[in-house]
Ligand binder design. Structure first.
Ligand code: SF4
Length: 356
């Protein structure tokens, strides 16, 4: 597809920034114009936003900066404290990486974030998008981060017909051509806002858009069809059996997961390994950490992860005598203390079946 000549980067930047000054969202971590927001705030908000909506992130961001006002405070917190405060945001690897990243910035960068995307991308948990966002918003580097929103806006602006993700490279290069010399951070945030509020996946509000007169997707009447998508891959299912075991005083057996891997370091009810075919109860019992009496009823819990659908059968067991635990890093917790544990959402769902 030919790129249209009447797309003038300077004109587009001016109209988008004027729109942003009037209509850009006021967000707790955002500063429009000068001074630039603290890199710590940009980092915190951008990592939180990676897989979570703006509406959810708002209150978490405010709670985090109240509790840990600086990167030094954040680095000094224990991983457990961070994971506990992170509960509800999901994808806990982000929190673990942030903790590592904060400690590295304090120990090796004198508590200062590096000021370029290239250096930021070397830190734990900071990928190319987040690095570009911090560099542009906090340090005015001339770089525009490209996420799904920006992909959509630019695919429509240029009426790109290549499907995503194959068109990613081209969109990145177009984004850099559009980036103005001044107010690069505001330009990046304006583009994010345009994608989030007007150039939405369905029913884009083109009549309100500052780019309407240049937008090829709008002119060709195909805005809503863009960006084109490759054939979707179907998410696989994974299965496990969870053992929710209580003892006489009502406490429930929980354990800390291995530090590495999905939900690493979080607290869980013991389960079988997670695999691609369903478990039979008799084969699953080999993975149960205790001999116990089983109730007849079971429950099914479902949870959607990014790369798979998780289906768990929950079994309920009881022990009455003191027992030795075969499971490393396991312990007994009273249900009223569950809220103090770093439990991922899937485990909260599993444990909530106890009271239903
Ligand atoms: Fe998106 Fe419509 Fe604006 Fe084009 S005119 S950028 S399709 S909102």
């Amino acid at each position: 597809m030919m790129i249209q000549d009447n797309i003038n980067p300077a004109v587009l930047a001016t109209s988008l920034l004027a729109w942003y000054d009037r209509m850009g969202r006021d967000l707790p971590w955002r500063v429009k114009g000068e001074p630039h927001p603290k890199p710590y705030y940009v980092w915190l908000s951008e990592v939180m936003l990676q897989q979570t909506t703006v509406a959810t992130v708002g209150s978490y961001f405010t709670a985090f900066i109240q509790k840990w006002p600086t990167i030094q405070d954040f680095a000094a917190a224990s991983l457990d404290e961070i994971l506990h405060a992170w509960q509800g945001l999901g994808y806990y690897a982000r929190a673990r990486n942030m903790h590592k990243c904060a400690r590295l910035i304090v120990s090796e960068h004198k508590g200062e974030f590096p000021a370029t995307a290239a250096l930021l991308a070397r830190l734990p948990g900071i990928g190319p998008y987040t690095a570009a966002a911090i560099a542009s918003i906090a340090f005015e580097e001339k770089i525009t981060p490209v996420d799904g929103n920006v992909m959509r806006v630019l695919s429509r602006l240029y009426a790109l017909q290549d499907p995503v993700p194959a068109s990613m490279k081209r969109v990145s290069s177009l984004a850099q051509k559009l980036t103005p010399d001044q107010r690069t951070g505001d330009f990046a945030q304006a583009l994010m806002d345009l994608g989030a509020t007007l150039c939405t996946p369905r029913a884009p509000k083109c009549l309100l858009c500052p780019w309407q007169t240049s937008c090829q997707g709008f002119k060709q009447g195909m805005a809503e069809e863009l960006p084109r998508k490759s054939l979707k891959t179907i998410k696989p299912d994974r299965y496990a059996i969870a053992f929710v075991i209580s003892r006489g005083d009502g406490s429930v057996l929980l354990a800390r997961r291995e530090e590495k891997g999905l939900l690493g370091g979080m607290i869980e009810a013991p389960t079988t390994p997670w695999r691609e075919k369903p478990w039979r109860l008799d084969e699953a019992l080999a993975f149960c950490p205790l001999e116990c009496e089983w109730k007849e009823n079971t429950r099914e819990v479902r949870h959607v992860f990014t790369h798979f659908n998780f289906k768990v059968i929950v079994c309920y067991g009881s022990v009455f005598e003191p027992v030795s635990l075969r499971l490393p890093r396991s312990f007994w917790v009273k249900p009223e203390d569950f809220s103090k544990m770093a439990l991922p959402t899937v485990m909260k769902k599993i444990l909530s079946t106890l009271t239903v």
